[in-house]
Write a protein that binds this ligand. Sequence first.
Ligand SMILES: Nc1ncnc2c1ncn2[C@@H]1O[C@H](COP(=O)(O)OP(=O)(O)OP(=O)(O)O)[C@@H](O)[C@H]1O
Ligand SMILES: Nc1ccn([C@@H]2O[C@H](COP(=O)(O)O)[C@@H](O)[C@H]2O)c(=O)n1
Length: 227
Amino acid sequence: MTDIAIIAIDGPAGSGKSSVSKQAARALGFGYLDTGAAYRALAWHVLAQGADTADDAAVRAAASAFPYAISLDPDDYWVRVGETDVTAAIREPRVSSAVSAVARIPEVRAQVNELFRTLAAASTRPGVIIEGRDITTVVAPDAPVRILLTADPEVRAARRSAELTDQDAAAVAAALHKRDASDATVVDFLNAAPGVEVVDSTDLDFAQTVDAVLGVVHEKLETAHGR
Ligand SMILES: Nc1ncnc2c1ncn2[C@@H]1O[C@H](COP(=O)(O)OP(=O)(O)OP(=O)(O)O)[C@@H](O)[C@H]1O
Ligand SMILES: Nc1ccn([C@@H]2O[C@H](COP(=O)(O)O)[C@@H](O)[C@H]2O)c(=O)n1
């Protein structure tokens, strides 16, 4: 990539990637790139066309004409497909349960990975935090800071369930674990690749987790700059 400092963060569902990355980006004055949003928006796009994300041909066709846009501003986050703001819609359970099928197609991954690199390189900020599942290993394996953000599965499920108060807690947990199991067949986001720092938030509150991530970022950036 360019001289923009890339902070790569991976982790399983509900590990705090988006909320922690967004807060850390604010503290650093960096951009924030949510890569899961692209997969979610493509799944939304397929469903909006009345197709099934299990239909590879339909997904490839949707990906070939995918007018996707996302904000990298942590204080003004939005996701659009064409003229439609899909920021909230892509979090709906119907999209969450359809997204893994989209993410398992190699050509789709290659297409969005190129887009992520382009978006990050175009940032006018000194750095960008990119979060997802394969950022530390595939999208930005040379990033000066690479973090695996994790927490015990039951803690992640409880946090997600606390967000989705209108849904049954057991169903929320089951959906989260099912998505992880499916996604883990495509990329390894449960084990840290060599050189990747683990931040385990199981026993940390939100502020402590942000501080732990910022601690790794400062340490690694100082090392990278020879200080
Ligand atoms: N250390 C923490 N302590 C308590 N709550 C936390 C902590 N970290 C994150 N959370 C909360 O956990 C929930 C899930 O976090 P978030 O949505 O950021 O996870 P995610 O990894 O981006 O999930 P997904 O991959 O499913 O999009 C949010 O409500 C967030 O505020
Ligand atoms: N780098 C990534 C990011 C995401 N995915 C897929 O997208 C889904 C949604 O991601 P969230 O971070 O919003 O939960 C996720 O379940 C994966 O299927 C991916 O493959 N690679």
